[in-house]
Design a protein around this ligand. Structure first.
Ligand SMILES: [Zn+2]
Length: 276
């Protein structure tokens, strides 16, 4: 199996492939993996049909290092063969090698997009794949469909040695994180940052700066991370969404998100800056 390898997205599958390929097979949002003690492994096979469960559709994804990768759609009620399991992607973080985890994140989005764009959204005609790009085309009206990516912002708001954390009502007990939300049509990323902070906790921010971004395949977001400075207002959480929001210092922290997400990277960045 490959170790640290770069993924190259490609659309045209290799002609006459003879070497084994990686098959990222999903039943709904669950990935079919070999479980080996605490580790999970993506099947490396000649053909998708060797996985066991019937293959509904498959898509070529590109290469991880030198190895060709495919996504595969299984029936949502597919049964895993002996020695294998179907696991939700989030459960697999830390079990799969990280490069494989993020390719699986691509794969589930391609599978879901392909399944939901078999018919034209405008005239209902069955669509066909475009040969050289990740798109489906309607042969009757020409409408093109591309995989959807939904941008969302996530922002760490600083106020000296304090930073803003909020508790979503859906979070596990005691868990806090930073403010996040989807970008509205017609909005810049900076406007989305300012609006989300205002809507969720009633404060104003300034000096909005890009930090980093991260694909977030639950189900098809791109998280764009920012830092911002407190510029005014008193915290008043939007109780329709939040259970609480407050300023925290590095010395007194609640339960924080795990390492999978960019929220944790932003928080760790802030803590490192103020603990030094
Ligand atoms: Zn059409």
């Amino acid at each position: 199996m490959p170790t640290a390898s770069a993924f190259t997205p490609l659309v045209m599958p290799p002609a006459g492939r003879s070497e084994p390929a990686l098959f990222f097979a999903f039943a709904g949002d669950r990935l079919l993996v070999h479980l080996e003690g605490p580790a999970a492994r993506v099947p490396l096979l000649g053909q998708a049909e060797e996985l066991g469960p019937p293959v509904l559709r498959q898509q070529y994804l590109g290469t991880l290092g030198q190895i060709h990768c495919y996504s595969v759609e299984l029936a949502t009620d597919a049964q895993p063969p002996a020695g294998m399991a179907l696991k939700g992607l989030r459960q697999l973080f830390g079990l799969l090698e990280e490069e494989f985890f993020w390719v699986a994140g691509r794969a589930v989005q391609i599978v879901n997009w392909d399944r939901t764009h078999q018919y034209c959204g405008q005239c209902g005609t069955p669509t066909t794949p475009r040969p050289a790009e990740r798109a489906r085309e309607c042969p009757a009206c020409g409408l093109l469909s591309f995989p959807r990516v939904s941008p969302a912002i996530i922002v760490l708001v600083e106020r000296g040695r304090q930073f803003l954390l909020a508790r979503n009502q859906r979070f596990p007990p005691g868990r806090y994180s930073i403010i996040a939300g989807f970008v509205e049509p017609g909005e810049t990323l900076e406007q989305a940052v300012a609006r989300e902070v205002r809507e969720e906790v009633n404060i104003e921010v300034s000096d909005i700066r890009y930090f980093a971004s991260q694909p977030w395949p639950f189900p098809h977001s791109l998280m764009v991370g920012f830092t911002a400075q407190y510029a005014g207002g008193e915290i008043r959480p939007d109780l329709a969404e939040l259970a609480d929001a407050a300023w925290f210092t590095p010395d007194h922290l609640p339960d924080l998100p795990d390492g999978i997400s960019i929220s944790r990277r932003l928080i760790d960045w802030f803590l490192a800056k103020h603990r030094g």
